[in-house]
Design a protein around this ligand. Structure first.
Ligand code: PLP
Length: 451
């Protein structure tokens, strides 16, 4: 274990480091960011020696848990053999080709081609350009419009944040860029409280069709959605929603894009969310769990038909990044997928730890501040309400309750995230039963403290 001068580092953090998605004044007032120095399994430690159970798997990504020596070894060996090469000069590297083949096998069906990027945002930028280029090649350049959903999260780049439906992100930087329409999210607790679940799902999907008709079906290029919205608050769609969305896309010949940046690689108890919900996308965005966050890498899975269209053009797809298919990141991702397979972690999420997590979370339903708990695989949420049996929120001078409960959880040794008044969780696939029970006990204590 290395020793660090944490007070000095926190001062430097304020002086020089701009953390992502942060309030710089608040961080200054807090005396700098909490410096995380090490991690093992499902636990992180800060520089002051506090152990914190990581209920967020980093940022929805450290699926195989921390401290995997074999991933470090693979990176080391690959760096010595070939630390970098690109795919621009009609070249490729062994890990990139092997990883593409592996992902194609997991995606199955027509999704047999993989384009590499370094982040989920970049993958969705690839989607944006690929889809519009595809329709131009098909002789339908007027098909430009993307349909997405409010509170969707598709990244932080200009295209990613525009595809996303976060109004507070749009407010910074003059977004969204033109040609993106946002419709309602299938958020039953928030927008269909007390309504029959299937009827609500149908209503949410029907809004997509209504928007297609108002935009003009021949102008719509694609619908993009996360199987379960993550950063929007772990929004699990009601039964029938995805089947209806798929039918609408097929009816109007619109491409269906599944953003699996969080849900890919087992998080919902299947390799992909589209397999869990039983629909077939034309394009799939993947990142995070692809390498369990050990190195930055993302992938865009593309259908055979789209790639055949690019081939027929006999022209370059003039899109790509210096680090597309980075060999070290690809080698680590490949080994990460091997670990998930070898340790049967997808089955563990589906049949063991996922159901245990669901049961433990449900035990919070009796708490006076809890309006609903819900989970799908190892994604979970607790809705905090001001009046039991309703979906009413805390307002007034106390403000939102979510951040208060989150801070109490962190002080109690559990990292969770508050999305307004929704506490969200995304633990590593290797979290133990005892650790799940501890998570729920800490949340209950935090709720008690905040009541
Ligand atoms: N898409 C989804 C569904 C995400 O949850 C995220 C990040 O949380 C992104 C895209 C963006 O990924 P990144 O932060 O790697 O750019």
């Amino acid at each position: 274990m290395r020793n660090y001068d944490i007070p000095a580092l926190r001062k430097q953090d304020i002086a020089h480091h701009l953390p992502a998605q942060a309030n710089y004044k608040l961080i200054q007032d807090l005396g700098g960011s909490r410096i995380i120095t090490r991690a093992e399994g499902s636990t992180i430690w800060d520089g002051e020696g506090h152990a914190i159970l990581d209920g967020m798997a980093g940022l929805w990504c450290v699926d195989v848990g921390y401290g995997r020596e074999e991933l470090a070894k693979v990176a080391y060996e690959q760096m010595l053999e070939l630390p970098y090469y690109n795919s621009f000069f009609r070249t490729a590297t062994v890990p990139a080709v092997e990883l593409a083949t592996k992902i194609a096998g997991l995606l199955g069906g027509e999704l047999q081609h993989v384009f590499f990027n370094s982040s989920g945002s970049e993958s969705n930028d690839t989607v944006f350009r690929l889809v519009r280029h595809y329709w131009t090649l098909k002789g339908k350049p007027e098909r430009q419009v993307f349909i997405s959903r409010r509170n969707a999260y598709h990244g932080s780049t200009v295209a990613g944040a525009s595809l996303g439906g976060m109004a507070f992100m749009h407010a910074q930087g003059g977004l969204p860029i033109p040609g993106i329409e946002h419709v309602m999210q299938p958020y039953q607790f928030g927008e269909g409280f007390g309504e029959d679940a299937e009827a609500f799902g149908q209503r949410a999907a029907d809004e997509i069709e209504a928007r297609i008709l108002s935009v003009g079906p021949d102008k719509v290029a694609a619908f993009i959605g996360e199987p379960v919205q993550g950063a929007g608050g772990v929004i699990i769609p009601p039964p029938g929603y995805w089947a209806r969305v798929e039918a609408i896309c097929r009816k109007y010949g619109i491409l269906l894009v599944s953003d699996e940046v969080i849900t890919g690689f087992g998080r919902l108890g299947k390799w992909f969310g589209f397999q869990r919900f039983g629909y077939t996308p034309d394009i799939v965005s993947m990142a995070k769990g692809l390498s369990s966050g050990y190195l930055p890498i993302s992938a865009t899975g593309v259908s055979h038909e789209i790639v055949e269209t690019l081939r027929a053009s006999n022209d370059d797809f003039v899109h790509g990044y210096t680090y597309s298919g980075h060999p070290v990141a690809a080698a680590v991702a490949l080994r990460n997928l091997e670990i998930i397979e070898r340790e049967k972690l997808v089955d563990r999420v589906a049949g063991d730890i996922g159901p245990h997590f669901a049961r433990a979370l449900k035990s919070l339903d009796d708490h006076p501040l809890v309006g609903e708990t819900r989970s799908c695989g190892l994604l979970g949420a607790v809705e905090i309400v001001s009046a039991k049996g309703t979906n009413q929120r805390f307002t007034g001078k106390e403000g939102a309750a979510g951040p208060v409960v989150r801070d109490a959880c962190i002080a109690g040794g559990l990292m969770v995230r508050a999305i307004r008044d929704t506490i969200v969780m995304c633990p590593p696939f290797v979290i133990t039963h005892d650790e799940v029970d501890r998570m729920i006990a800490i949340i209950r204590a935090a709720l008690d403290e905040s009541a």
